[in-house]
Write a protein that binds this ligand. Sequence first.
Ligand code: C5P
Length: 221
Amino acid sequence: MISVAIDGPAGAGKSTIARKLAAKIGAIYIDSGSMYRALTYKALCNQVSLDDEDALVSLLKNSQIVLEQNLEGQQIFLDGKNVTEEIRSPVISQHVSAVARHPKVREIMVQLQREYAKENSVVMDGRDIGTVVLPHADVKIFLTASVEERAERRYKELLHKGYQPIISEILSDIKERDRLDIERETSPLKKAEDAIEIDATHLTIDQVVEKVYQLCSKDNH
Ligand code: C5P
């Protein structure tokens, strides 16, 4: 069994790389951000205040969040409904950090994430995987890219999905989300001491996957 933690700021390409790497090494891919996104989606649908930690915890305890792998990649089900597309909308991106800052919400999410890693080889991406969720992960990566490059990629992704994104708005949303994730008190976004930093600004996805794959092979699991 092998566990790979991939952390980094918004839009660095973590999920694409984690998904491809997981397929290559026969591990399951866990997108931890999708779990915070699903809770944010449910809170917004139910008009639960994103400042009310206890209300969010109770909402989470009464929710079923299930990650499933199929040919199209990871699908996420919230109370039995496939919300894979909905949770990627800009509205959710704008609010998710407000939900993820609550320690009691994180505690439950971390437990769920660890469950997945218990019996499977996993590639998990997020913000606190190498530092908190899987501190003993075999390979830890901290993936970065310039904020302009990250905004450009997100812009193309949203355009492709049929949105009409505005690049300056995406840039400021990404900066704000990074700021909230870095400055929060509980499990902030930071590089684990033993993580290897990869700057993906001038690398293709396949080049990054190959680099991480080499590190996994070197680890000899
Ligand atoms: O990875 P993604 O951009 O989908 O994550 C959405 C948000 O969820 C992040 O901006 C962050 O606030 C939160 N998150 C987190 N810890 C993780 C994964 C995501 O706080 N492990």
